[in-house]
Ligand binder design. Structure first.
Ligand code: ATP
Length: 265
């Protein structure tokens, strides 16, 4: 039976007290699920993801990951999640296999399994010939695949990926999608933000449409189609455009606090 793995409950987040990035966003992810986060630029996808992985703190609302309130215990849940950021920053001065071995060690992969696991990941991701090359010499797509390997080498229960397919060739994208599907089928959860709606349509079991810091619709394609009053033949792209248009304009930004010397009008 599927269980809740991620619960974002009425999350608010502003930057500098003025830019309202999240405006009461609620979202639930279940086990056995690949949930796609889609939304226009600036909708709040990356901000939500950064709150989930502990890189940002919400201003208000409750975040529960794998049964834990992350504000009460901001550390232990991280052992069970994997995270691939939008622009992974990797240590250029290590070789690809040194880096993966290092990640495996700090992620508590059993010592006697590390070598085999690193070799298998390198081979499966078509990085076998780059094992002993410095990361600084890898192409953008190779670095992205290495970041994916680092996010999944410890078999996390929940994997969170921010635009993971950018720069990866079709064969690599196919492999990543297969891996994500296998993780969900084994009972794990995947939360993935993407602008590639055709990929979301094929890869994700459900999609959440984020707009102006709110979740305007969540469901499988049939449910979204129903919500958008769309016809059977309409694509996710058409549904997305309809629902985001219906969701309308953002609420006004949070007013900037007056400076100490600013005059009252
Ligand atoms: P994209 O699809 O373009 O990656 P996104 O949905 O991931 O967008 P966010 O990156 O979460 O959106 O941004 C949400 C809002 O917060 C935007 O208005 C953005 O300009 C703002 N924002 C994001 N990061 C910061 C920051 N560090 N400082 C100030 N404003 C920020």
């Amino acid at each position: 039976m599927s269980e809740i793995t991620v619960q974002l409950d009425h999350i608010f987040k502003s930057y500098d007290g003025t830019v309202r990035a999240l405006n009461g966003l609620s979202l639930t992810v279940f086990s056995n699920e690949i949930l796609g986060l889609i939304g226009p630029n600036g909708a709040g996808k990356t901000t939500s993801i950064k709150i989930l992985v502990g890189l940002l703190q919400a201003d208000a609302g409750k975040v529960t990951v794998l049964g834990q309130d992350i504000e009460l215990d901001p550390v232990s849940y991280k052992a069970q999640i994997g995270y691939m950021p939008e622009a992974p920053s990797l240590p250029d001065y290590l070789t690809a296999s040194e880096f993966l071995g290092y990640v495996a060690r700090i992620r508590n992969v059993p010592k006697d399994q590390i070598k085999d696991k690193v070799n298998k990941f390198m081979k499966d991701l078509d990085l076998g010939s780059k094992t002993n090359e410095l990361i600084s010499t890898l192409s953008k797509g190779m670095r992205a695949k290495l970041a994916f390997a680092a996010a999944t080498i410890h078999d996390p229960k929940l994997i969170i990926l921010d635009e993971p397919l950018i720069g990866i060739d079709p064969a690599g994208q196919h492999l990543l999608k297969e891996r994500l599907t296998a993780i969900a089928q084994r009972g794990g959860s995947v939360l993935v933000s993407t602008h590639q709606l055709d990929t979301a349509e094929r890869l994700c079991t459900k999609v959440a449409i984020i707009h102006h810091g709110k979740n305007v619709a969540t469901g499988d394609l049939a449910a979204l189609r129903q919500q958008a009053h769309a016809g059977a033949g309409q694509s996710l792209e058409e549904i997305f455009l309809k629902l985001t248009e219906e969701a309308g304009q953002p609420e006004p930004e949070v007013p900037r606090r007056r400076g100490f010397f600013s005059r009252r009008r």
